[in-house]
Design a binder for this molecule. Structure first.
Ligand code: SAM
Length: 292
């Protein structure tokens, strides 16, 4: 395999007239060792189909094509899509999809393997979680974003993103990747994580209510639960005492003075189920579709 050294990447970019665009997250992996470790972590074989978001000039795509059954590579930049068609031209198992990964149809696959464009980290992650069927994914993110995906309750990086993402999927740290492993060198380091749809554990009785509640109260992650619930309910024009009723109904699991950031998934699910009870009893309006 021709290794895509930094010099070769420079030449390829010049050949295809690509000036790396930061807004498209165009930093290309130059370390084949990192690429190999990502592909190894994906546990591919000739029975596996793979989706890659943001093929760039194909360092990952080519390694994947060698070991997987098929690979669908999405690339928004038409010059890079052309480069990919050339670099991967000898592989009959590669399908280059030219377009925006947030808009094009994405196939169901066995694995997703990507050095993601950081500009769309959040949107593409939730699109993959909600719209693509896959066994597990190996994804590279900007460090801070990965830390939020991996954070546990009470940790500094634990945020609404952590709660939302961990409700749908489980994350595992694979490796840290320093910024120097890319050309051009980005401002931040990266982290590779494994993401797998969550099957075990408890789920809310109504997922829409869970996300509606979390989005409402997590605007105030450092506030105590009672206070955050009160503000959210007031903003929706609901009676303030509804917050006390909710807290009272979950008092064997939760206390009103617990800080939101410290609440684990199980407690938030308990809370969402209590909110659903009130909606079903007609004491609280719900997200669209739930109250009817
Ligand atoms: N896979 C290559 C690598 O590891 O060197 C490139 C990774 S680079 C971080 C991200 C790639 O995603 C760039 O090639 C960029 O053009 C592409 N990209 C950016 N936004 C995109 C989008 N919305 N849809 C598809 N590809 C996108």
């Amino acid at each position: 395999m021709r290794l895509l050294t930094e010099d070769r990447i420079r030449l390829m970019l010049r050949k295809y007239g690509v000036r790396p665009d930061r807004t498209l997250g165009q930093s290309f992996l130059v370390d084949p060792g990192v690429a190999r470790e990502i592909v190894r972590s994906a546990q591919l074989d000739k029975e596996t189909s793979v989706l890659e978001i943001g093929g760039g000039i194909g360092i990952l795509s080519e390694m994947i094509a060698r070991v997987a059954g098929s690979v669908h590579v999405v690339e928004v930049d038409s010059r890079l899509a052309e480069a990919l068609r050339e670099v991967l031209g000898t592989y009959s198992n590669v399908d280059v999809i030219e377009g925006d990964a947030l808009e094009v149809d994405l196939p169901d696959v066995n694995r997703i393997v990507s050095n993601l464009p950081y500009s769309i980290s959040s949107a593409i992650t939730f699109r993959l979680m909600n719209e693509v069927s896959f066994d597990f994914a190996v994804l590279m993110y900007q460090k801070e974003f990965a830390h939020r995906l991996l954070a546990e309750p009470g940790m500094q990086h634990y945020s609404r993103l952590s709660v939302d993402a961990q409700y749908l999927t489980e994350f595992q740290h694979i490796m840290d990747v320093p910024a120097q492993m890319f050309y051009p060198v980005p401002a931040v380091d990266s982290v590779v994580v494994r993401m797998e749809p969550r099957k075990a554990g408890r789920f809310a009785r109504n997922q829409d209510v869970f996300f509606w509640l979390v989005h409402g109260i997590y605007s105030y992650p450092n506030k105590q639960l009672r206070k955050a619930l009160g503000i959210w309910l007031k903003n929706m024009g609901e009676d303030k005492s509804t917050g006390d009723i909710i807290i009272e109904s979950v008092s064997d699991t939760l206390r009103g003075n617990e800080r939101l950031r410290t609440l684990n998934q199980d407690k938030l699910i308990t809370l969402a189920d209590a909110v659903l009870d009130l909606i079903e009893e007609g004491m609280l309006g719900g997200p669209r579709g739930v109250e009817e």
